[in-house]
Write a protein of this length. Sequence first.
Length: 269
Amino acid sequence: MKSILEGRPALRKEVEKIAEVAGYLWQNGWAERNGGNITVNVTNMVDDEIRNMPAISGVMQIGTSLPALKGAYFFCKGTGKRMRDLARWPMENGSIIRILDDCASYVIIADNAVMPTSELPSHLSVHARMIEKGMSYNATVHTHPIELIAMSHNKAFMGKDVLSNLLWSMIPETKAFCPLGLGIVPYTLPGSLALADGTLRELEDYDVVMWEKHGVFAKGLDVMDAFDQIDVLSKSAKIYINAKCMGFEPDGMSQEEMAEMTRAFNLPR
C-alpha cells in the first residue's frame, strides 16, 4: 500500500523531523524501552485526498470532548512502540489519526493501524488548549531526561520556580532558549486525569513541565523546538550535577546577571 507520505514533501519532512527527534531521545538515554511520546498536529499539511481517505481502524474514544480539534489530524507515536524504532521506521511505529466531528473520537487513517500512545488524551487536551488560545505550537513531547528527573527527587527543588532559577543560572543559553522556565507537577499517577489537569495548568505559564520523579512534558512550535527546550534544561542539570560531583556548590549566575540577560535579549521573564 502506498504511504501517505508519497507526493507530500511537507508531510514527509515533518515525519522525518519527528523520527530525528525520536533518535535524539533514545541516544540521550531518555527513552528506555517504550518510554516517552510524541504527538504533532499535521492538519495544515493535509490535502483533500487525505480528507477523503477511509479509516483503517474502528472508531476509538478520546475519553473527553475537545471541540477545538474537530477535523484535525495528528501524527502519534504508537502505544508500546520504542523511540529507537520510531527513529528508523516512523510510519511503522506511529500513525496519523483524524479527529471526528463529534470531537470525542478518532480513527486511524495511515499508514498502519498502530494504536496511538495511551497518553493520547493528555496530549490532545494540550493541543486543544493551544488552539483555543490562538497559539502557534504544533508539537508535544514527553520524555525521561535522567538528570532532570534525578533533581526532582529533591523536595527543595520542587517549589515554584526554584528549579527554573537554578537551571537558568548554570549557563546563559538556558535562559535564552527556555525563557519561560520549568513548571512543576507534583508526583501524580502516570496517565491519570489528575496528571493531565496539572500539566494543562502549568502549561499556561511554561513551555516545559516537570512531572516529579517521572519526566518532562514540553510543547513547541514543532517537535524540534520542543526537544531543544528540554535539551538546554538537561544541559544545565548536567552542569549542576557535575559541579556537585566535583565537590562544590556551583556559583551560578546572579539574579542581577540573569535580569541583564532578560533585558538584553527581550525575554518574557
